[in-house]
Design a protein around this ligand. Sequence first.
Ligand SMILES: [Zn+2]
Length: 199
Amino acid sequence: MPHTRPPDPQAALDRLLAGNRRFVAETAQYPIPSAERIKLASGQAPFAVVIGCSDSRVPVETVFDQPPGNLFVARLAGNIVSDFCIASAEYAIEALQSMLVVVLGHSRCGAVRAAIDTIETGAEFPGHIQLLADALAPIAEQTRSAADWWEAAVERNVIAGKERILRQSAIVQTATANGTLAVVAAVYDLSTGLVNVVG
Ligand SMILES: [Zn+2]
């Protein structure tokens, strides 16, 4: 059952959100039997790509209650949609027939907070960490006047990530135009465990 593929992008999104509700309701279906794992050794056909944050509190398969084989995941602090994330997504779409891309942010994201702190106080971070804050700062800047700047910047960041992959990837453009792929932006709430689609 876990490895039947959804018929279309909307069904793929419905399956992820249903898994998220199981996760919240503590009725997750993990773990999968070893027979499924052995079957997967011969190949994969993940129906969805998730570009998520490295944050340890947002384990993607757990949050969507999906077994190995279903999700092609790229995680990077601040769920920045880098060129390598786009390349990974394109591989899943082209070679593995993935039908959904989810750019998944989360509440209280530290990378987004670092961008806000850079803007607000001129905070500087050691080593390469500043690269993350600098990459996210222009996005955070756009939500400066929001009542809850941090929350608004998290939401803006996933929408910007969705827009970026749609703008940069001819493969994504073609697949979405054909109706064989959907791209959505979503935010995971650390407190409730719920994933909300925001764009
Ligand atoms: Zn984060």
